[in-house]
Write a protein that binds this ligand. Structure first.
Ligand code: UD1
Length: 422
């Protein structure tokens, strides 16, 4: 197994190019199931989750090409014929559930293994299923599989999500795209990744009103497949936020390129509260860190508020703050697995339910630590940048699910980080 070895750096300096967003790419790849053409996608990140979804689609009969042109991936689902997403794939990536809506809408049936729990919480998919039932699908859970059928097609209807769900919104938008009639989703997710999905569908002939708001109105095509033109995936705001935290924690000036500053409002404003300042252009952000890091209070919430996917990285930065920071996790019940690993490095953190209290100013020491989920992994890397001695981050397959060439990007700005084999 591979692990990352990180040694303390004095400071980082230089530019980091941000990759395409993993969480935008996943629904966009699933969206190709609705297409009658082979779809060209630019700026897909090279991360394991993308390979997993492409493999899932090719197991079902689709084909893809990532090699002919390094900048463009083509996905051709016109030959897709199998409609069962097996446990073997779904267990490695929960977002596989994203094929349910589009496959059901196109074929009238679909089976997807139930994703099950994961390290950060239960993460049920009940809201996806309830909405599909409202659209006329019949859903059975049999032997660990969701079996969905809609022999007469899906019908547009009014859906009110009890909770805001990102992949749930994406799934139902895709199902509604081919449904008969108009679907309204109230309490829809407003994440930029959902916005891009809606914008591309809208440009492909599926009329969607309310894009970027909590109420989406989708005019279905009554089963007609759509033509999707080439598009480019938006920059990864979580990857960008992670490298801004690398600048903040190591008190280094780092410039991100190919980034979308508009998507990072909550992250930038928290880093400003912590003392950093920024210069920005349309697609670059430079962090000017402060020597003293201020303590903060963070509550994770849906976009445009502070993202849960940045919580672990900010906790790493907060260990170096002057004073006591409070982080409240509102979205996932168990997203504090990184706490015990940071404590092993010397961080002073106490947990009370969904709230972590971080007493800043502790000296961190390098040691062996274990990645427990995707974003927890990057928090440990950030801590490793400033910990005394050597930090070995194990189980980095979590990190590889969502960070494109993390160690290469950090090496390019002067970090002492290498990928080694156990
Ligand atoms: C997506 C992101 C993930 C991010 C999360 C929250 C992708 C591939 N993943 O995950 O990185 O951390 O949004 O921003 O885009 N819920 C239910 N029932 C459902 C669906 C969700 O109770 O049917 C709950 C979840 O358990 C959670 C909350 O709703 O507590 C939000 O989850 P959701 O937005 O669905 O997260 P994901 O889409 O899985």
């Amino acid at each position: 197994m591979k692990y990352l070895q990180i040694k303390r750096v004095n400071s980082l300096n230089g530019q980091i190019k941000i990759s395409g967003a993993k969480n935008a790419s996943l629904p966009l790849i699933a969206m190709t199931i609705l297409a009658k053409n082979s779809v060209s996608i630019k700026n897909l990140p090279h991360v394991a989750d993308i390979n997993t979804l492409l493999k899932l689609l090719s197991n079902l009969g689709a084909s893809f090409d990532r090699d002919s042109n390094p900048d463009i991936t083509t996905v051709d689902t016109t030959t897709l014929h199998d409609t069962k997403a097996n446990y073997e794939i779904v267990k490695t990536m929960r977002a596989s559930i994203l094929v349910l809506g589009p496959i059901l809408a196109r074929f009238g049936h679909c089976e997807v293994s139930l994703p099950g729990g994961c390290a950060i919480g239960q993460r049920p998919v009940d809201l996806h299923l309830k909405a599909l039932e409202q659209m006329g699908a019949h859903i059975d859970i049999k032997a660990g599989y969701i079996e969905a059928t809609a022999p007469n097609g899906l019908k547009g209807c009014e859906i009110i999500f009890d909770k805001i769900t990102v992949t749930g919104t994406a799934n139902i938008v895709m199902a509604a795209a081919l449904a008969d009639g108009i679907t309204t989703i109230t309490n829809a997710a407003r994440e930029p990744e959902v916005v891009q999905l809606c914008e591309i569908l809208n440009a492909s002939g599926v009329n969607i009103d309310g894009i970027g708001t909590a109420i989406l109105t989708i005019h279905g095509t009554s089963g007609k497949l759509i033509n999707i033109d080439e598009f480019s995936v938006i920059p990864d705001r979580i990857e960008a936020g992670t490298y801004l935290c690398a600048g903040a924690i190591s008190r280094s000036e780092v410039t991100l390129t190919d980034v979308e500053p508009k998507h990072l409002g909550a992250v930038i404003s928290k880093l400003e509260e912590m003392g950093s300042s920024f210069t920005m252009t349309e697609d670059t952000i430079t962090i000017h860190p402060s020597e003293t890091i201020n303590a903060v209070k963070i509550v994770t919430q849906e976009y445009p508020a502070f993202p849960t996917d940045m919580q672990a990285q900010f906790m790493a930065v907060a260990t170096q703050a002057n004073g006591t920071s409070i982080i409240e996790e509102k979205l996932f019940e168990n997203r504090f697995m990184h706490v015990s690993e940071l404590q092993r490095m010397g961080a002073d953190i106490s947990l009370n339910g969904h709230t972590a209290t971080i007493t800043g100013g502790t000296k961190l020491s390098g040691t062996d630590v274990m990645a427990t989920d995707l974003r927890a992994s990057s928090a440990l890397v950030l801590a490793g940048l400033i910990a005394d001695g050597v930090t070995d981050v194990h189980r980095i397959y979590h990190l590889d699910r969502g960070y494109d060439a993390l160690e290469v990007k950090l090496q390019n700005v002067g970090a002492d980080i290498v990928r080694l084999s156990e």
